[in-house]
Write a protein of this length. Structure first.
Length: 312
């Protein structure tokens, strides 16, 4: 199954030439989250700051023989406090990424989007999976399958721009976005087709920039050149998409899980649109998936630092 991780290995390899990204690891109070952070540190992807109840973190490390001696611990009594303390580390400039430990995603994200003390930007926060699908030549970005439940057209503008920016951070030579629906024709009875058409026109008017974008497209003619040819779709994206934008969270979740459980794909996850990238891992994630999520966040943090420098 080595071929499965070829795309992820490429991402990790790119990060080898970069300094590790200072990362606040939020409430790493189980074996998986603590080991994942330490493993990513050993690979040179992140420089972890462990944020949570220090006695509990030390006890888990001892129990599972995980060496955490090189890494600082910021003591916080419980998960909500861990999330707030980690966000504060970012605000102080001590961390350039956040990594979810053994707390609920909602707990972490509520600290991130807090109006007073959070990490909001002018962009809406959204989630992307970077999927390594066996038999598919390149990594596939799927957005959004974890944060925005039923996004409006206005929110989809930010979700799309976040995904495009991620494609560039991952060094894609050309970002090609398919805005997915159940069909490739605009149908007034299917709202997602109308919104796809509107987003494409916004790309034409440079309201959204940095990619070739087409839609609505059905999944088959978005990623399979033969399906696009049969349907006579004349488009630089059809059959060649490397970013798949889904109409809502349910569609994204089903698509990502179908690829994972039926096609043996791995799904590295990152949240974008905040001041720093947020690594969202699941307890079911393999070590390679956790490492890939850290590599994705490191590349996003590097691209963000570059942009900030240019703007400054």
């Amino acid at each position: 199954m080595e071929h499965q991780h070829e795309k992820y290995r490429r991402l990790i390899e790119i990060c080898r030439s970069m300094p590790p990204t200072p990362t606040a690891v939020v409430h790493p109070c189980d074996q998986g989250s603590l080991q994942g952070a330490v493993e990513a540190a050993r690979m040179g992807l992140i420089a972890p700051i462990l944020v949570g109840p220090s006695e509990r973190i030390v006890a888990i490390a001892k129990q599972h023989e995980i060496d955490i001696a090189p890494y600082p611990i910021v003591d916080a009594p419980f998960s909500h406090a861990s999330a707030a303390a980690a966000v504060q580390l970012v605000r102080e400039g001590r961390a350039q990424a956040l990594m979810k430990g053994s707390l609920h995603t909602d707990e972490l994200m509520s600290a991130v989007v807090s109006r007073e003390a959070g990490l909001r930007t002018e962009r809406r926060v959204s989630h992307c999976f970077v999927m390594d699908v066996p038999g598919h030549a390149n990594a596939l970005i799927i957005t959004d399958a974890a944060v925005n439940i039923a996004p409006t057209l206005d929110e989809k503008v930010d979700i799309l721009q976040n995904a495009i920016d991620l494609g560039h951070a991952l060094k894609m030579e050309e970002v090609r976005v398919a805005i997915l629906s159940a069909m490739e024709t605009v149908n007034p009875k299917v709202p997602s087709t109308i919104e796809a058409a509107a987003l494409c026109k916004m790309v034409d008017r440079h309201q959204i920039t940095g990619a070739l974008v087409d839609g609505p497209l059905a999944l088959d003619n978005a990623i399979d050149p033969e399906a696009a040819r049969i349907k006579k779709i004349d488009s630089p994206v059809a059959g060649r998409a490397n970013v798949l934008m889904v109409p809502d969270l349910e569609a994204g979740n089903m698509l990502a899980k179908s690829l994972s459980f039926l096609a043996g794909a791995d799904a590295a996850g990152v949240v974008l649109g905040a001041r720093v990238p947020i690594i969202l891992t699941s307890r079911a994630d393999s070590v390679m998936t956790r490492l890939a999520s850290c590599a994705v966040a490191a590349l996003v943090a590097q691209a963000r630092a570059r942009t900030t420098k240019v703007e400054g």
